[in-house]
Structure formats: structure tokens, C-alpha cells
Ligand binder design. Structure first.
Ligand SMILES: [Zn+2]
Ligand SMILES: [Zn+2]
Length: 271
């Protein structure tokens, strides 16, 4: 599996010189596995992924991709109307996600909010609901979901191909009363955990409980408890500069978990 980060920011795109190293686009991941293109979430980073796909089959209307959607907050949807392969006749997309997926994507592209309505796009879209705890296969990729603790709910996913796997646990708030067994099971033995480390433990304690996000320290705790070797901090807060991420998140985290990394836009990771 080859994962590429196209958007690692949480909540809102943050262009500017203070975020240029780790990137300002919101959640979008590309996964290449078994010759197939998968896409997780359609934050503003999806625009760049669409541009990268255009020189290939997607530019000729012969592209096929499978989307997995975690939930429907703006920062995970807002790139979809700017995904150019949507506008090439013949391209086909299958969308897996929580309930109401088609309705929400169509609402984002009503004429009053975007000039091209969803149903007027010339590409083909198929929708399939994924329930928490469900496992499904696309070719040899096995995807397992787990309910995430986040306002409005949604799915976290484990992606596995043979013995290799990673978990995307973003927009996820830990419980103060120990780890949920479903979350532990999802993460158990994964090669990589991509974890919502939006806050420092100090920020979290200062009025950010119930906001639906977690901390780098909880990411380390989960990785160690579930036996995960590699940990990437993800969903960087819109207020955190590159300097802040390195000094206040990466530096203290590496003292406890040397293999911790900050997810960075444009970074390609092979599992
Ligand atoms: Zn988010
Ligand atoms: Zn969210």
C-alpha cells in the first residue's frame, strides 16, 4: 500500500508561510493498493489529488476510484466540488461512508452554494453505507470500520492488504476512562496509526473536552497499548504553525515514542 497525504490540517485550510512545511490543506489521503486508486475524505487536499490524477486515465474519462468517507464536517468535504475528475464524462466513483452520504454530498453542491449541482456532473457515482464494526473487501483490500467519538459521529477505518495495515483515527476524541475495546481491536498490531493529535494535553485540558479531538500523548498511549510501531500525528490545529507543531508536539512526543512523526502534505508512505 502506498499512502500519500494530500491534506493533513484540521477544521479549516490554513495557507501561509507559517504552515508551508506541514501544509494547510484539510483531510485527504490517497491510497494505491493492488493497482486501484482509493481516496479517504475530500477536504481541500482533494483538489490537488484530482490534479495529479488528470494526466492518467481520469483525464480521458476512463478513471475509477473508491472513496471512503469518515464523516461530514466541512474540512472533510469541501474539496469535492473542485475535484476535476468529477467533471470528465466516463469516470466512475464508488463512495463508502456513514449514513446519508449521497444526501450530504448533494447538499454541498446545491446551486445556492456551488454553481454546478451534484447531479449535473457528468461522472458516475455509486453510494454504499458502511456501518460501525463492518468489514468489507475491495479486491484484496480489507476495510474495517469503527464508530468514532466525535460530534455527529462517523467511521474510523482500518485498511489491510495481506499482513500490512494502517488505521486512520482522525476526528476522534479519546475517553478519559480507558480505551474503548472496539478502538483497541481496530488498531491492534497495525503497521501505522494515523492519529488525531489536534491538541497538546495542556490545550485539551483548557476547555477543549467534548470538541471531538485528541492529543499527541493519547496517540502514543493508544499506539503502545495496541502494539503499533509507527505513529503519525494528523489533523493539525488551524492555530498551530510549523514551529509550534515541531516544538510543542513532535519534540515532547519523540522523547516517549521515537518513531512518532508529523503527517505532512505531499508525503508518500509505503506500508
Ligand atoms: Zn476534521
Ligand atoms: Zn470532524
Amino acid at each position: 500500500m502506498i499512502i500519500k497525504y494530500y491534506g493533513v490540517r484540521g477544521s479549516l485550510p490554513t495557507p501561509g508561510k507559517e504552515t508551508i512545511k506541514y501544509g494547510g490543506n484539510t483531510t485527504c489521503l490517497s491510497i494505491r493498493a493492488g493497482g486501484r486508486q482509493y481516496i479517504v475524505d475530500g477536504g481541500s487536499g482533494l483538489r490537488l489529488l484530482g490534479n495529479d490524477l488528470m494526466p492518467q486515465a481520469f483525464g480521458k474519462g476512463k478513471g475509477e476510484a473508491v472513496f471512503f468517507w469518515t464523516h461530514y464536517h466541512w474540512d472533510h468535504l469541501q474539496g469535492f466540488p473542485f475535484f476535476i475528475p468529477n467533471f470528465i464524462p466516463g469516470n466512475q466513483f464508488t463512495h463508502y461512508g456513514p449514513p446519508r452520504l449521497a444526501e450530504i454530498l448533494k447538499r454541498q453542491q446545491e446551486f445556492i452554494t456551488f454553481p454546478v449541482e451534484f447531479d449535473k456532473m457528468p461522472s458516475q457515482h455509486t453510494f454504499k453505507e458502511v456501518k460501525p464494526g463492518q468489514s468489507l473487501s475491495v479486491d484484496d483490500l480489507v476495510v474495517t470500520s469503527c464508530a468514532m467519538s466525535h460530534p455527529g459521529g462517523g467511521n474510523m477505518y482500518r485498511f489491510a492488504q495481506g499482513a500490512r495495515s494502517f488505521v486512520l483515527a482522525t476526528d476522534f476524541e479519546h475517553s478519559e476512562d480507558g480505551w474503548n475495546q472496539d478502538v483497541l481491536k481496530l488498531c491492534q498490531g497495525a503497521n501505522l496509526l494515523i492519529f488525531d493529535a489536534q491538541y497538546t494535553p495542556e490545550e485539551y485540558a483548557q476547555g477543549r473536552k467534548t470538541w471531538g479531538h485528541s492529543t499527541w500523548a493519547k496517540g502514543i498511549e493508544l499506539a503502545q497499548t495496541a502494539g503499533v510501531r509507527q505513529l503519525h500525528f494528523f489533523h493539525h490545529d488551524q492555530m498551530h504553525s510549523d514551529r509550534f507543531l515541531e516544538r510543542k508536539i513532535l519534540a515532547p512526543a519523540r522523547k516517549l515514542f521515537p518513531r512518532a512523526e508529523l503527517a505532512r502534505e505531499g508525503w508518500e508512505v509505503t506500508i
